[in-house]
Design a binder for this molecule. Structure first.
Ligand code: HJL
Ligand code: ZN
Length: 381
């Protein structure tokens, strides 16, 4: 993987072109698929043989890309769709590989057979069938919630690989880097917002505050989105940084500052070095391995004092939490007391005012009667 562009790219591009032929529908994603036969140990894929292609709704009805891809092959070989596994080529030293723009579906709302099932069916009867699926994006949760396609492929013993990983959002480009350990990390590269005549960061190494973190990963980058001509800058000094070389399949060493975005660790790119040839790659892998062995594999041994300090810290933390709780309870209690006091005062005031109103009423009535008597009227009983 020392070439600047991954040999997977042409296939993902082909899948994208196929997907574009699919009619837009609010109820469906537009997906493209390519099925091919690949020679073992052929890293440049020069001996690949394309067997079939398909896209969403290419064939009549609510048909998926993978489904059309298999159905097209079945039609050419004059067998029903569900018998396609019986006519797919079985050749020693070659394997069947499928490229799809989106993770094959594991569940369908219409009750049709999901694409994962169609893929696994090619392996029925002990046949080799589809060996590996490369896809661009995970199936979004729009229709079926969390997608199960990958898990189901794994269960069926089919390999899969996620090759697309460059997203452009308004203010940054996000690259997903895979260190082939099963973990990936997001690299965020800021886009320039205002004109800045800064130099390239390749000439001005980032130093100073913020902890620069060194990392080395193999890049699994873009295919789904076109590479835009945006100018990128480093996060700290806002120096221009040209990331056009960060293409899929590139092996790079990157340096940046670690930060957290929505509780996910991200690396803000400061500098990067391409690992151009096999020699450099071997050296790079060697350095990484040495780092892993020397740093990560050494167990953390704590002295008795350190253990004691940590325990004290934990206890102090517990006490603080308890104290917080007590204080909150005290405040709540006081508020209730205050409210009760207010309520009592209001009630007393009301009673007092009532008594005054009664008194005034009585006085007015007496005054009235006095006046009536004065004029010779008696109050009628
Ligand atoms: C895949 C396709 C396509 C989808 N997925 N792998 N290839 N259109 O060509 C996934 C989407 C499903 C919903 C709706 N789309 O298609 O989540 O109506 O289309 O059975 O599950 O289900 P129906
Ligand atoms: Zn499907």
């Amino acid at each position: 993987m020392t070439t600047n562009t991954s040999p997977h790219i042409p296939y993902i591009k082909e899948c994208l072109s196929l997907a574009e032929k699919s009619p837009p529908r609010p109820t469906n994603f537009r997906v493209g698929a390519v099925l091919l036969s690949r020679k073992d140990d052929d890293p440049t894929f020069t001996d690949d043989r394309i067997l079939s292609t398909g896209y969403t709704m290419e064939l009549a009805g609510n048909t998926h890309a993978e489904q059309c891809c298999f159905a097209n092959y079945a039609a050419v070989h004059k067998v029903p769709d569900d018998k396609v596994g019986e006519v797919l080529p079985v050749e020693p030293g070659r394997k069947l590989v499928m490229y799809v723009t989106m993770e094959p579906c594991g569940k369908r709302l219409s009750g049709n057979a999901p694409c994962v099932q169609r893929i696994t069916q090619t392996r029925e009867g002990g046949r080799e069938g589809v060996h590996k699926v490369y896809f661009g994006v995970k199936e979004p949760g729009t229709f079926v919630g969390e997608s199960e396609g990958c898990r189901m492929l794994t269960q069926a013993g089919i390999e899969w690989e996620h090759v697309v990983a460059r997203t452009d959002v308004p203010r940054r480009t996000i690259l997903i880097l895979d260190d082939s350990s099963g973990a990936t990390i997001e690299i965020a590269v800021l886009k320039q917002t205002s004109p800045n005549p800064g130099t390239t960061s390749q000439e001005t190494p980032a130093t100073g505050p913020g902890k620069p973190a060194w990392s080395s990963f193999s890049l699994m980058a873009p295919t789904a989105t076109s590479l835009t001509q945006t100018t990128h800058v480093t996060s700290k000094d806002h120096n221009k940084i040209d990331i056009s070389a960060l293409q899929p399949g590139t092996l790079v060493r990157v340096k940046g500052t670690l930060s957290t975005f929505r509780s996910q660790m991200q690396l803000h790119l400061e500098r990067f070095w391409l690992v151009r040839d096999t020699n450099a790659e071997m050296q790079f892998l060697d350095t990484r391995l040495r780092f892993l062995i020397e740093v990560l594999s050494v167990p953390w041994v704590l002295t008795d004092e350190e253990v004691e300090t940590l325990r004290d810290d934990a206890e102090r933390c517990d006490e603080r939490t308890l104290e917080h709780k007590r204080r909150a309870e005290r405040v709540a209690r006081k508020r209730v007391e205050r409210e009760e006091r207010h309520a009592r005062a209001i009630a007393l005031q009301y009673e007092k005012e009532e008594r005054e109103r009664e008194r005034e009423l009585k006085k007015i009535r007496e005054d009235g009667e006095r006046v009536m008597r004065k004029f010779g009227f008696e109050r009628s009983k």
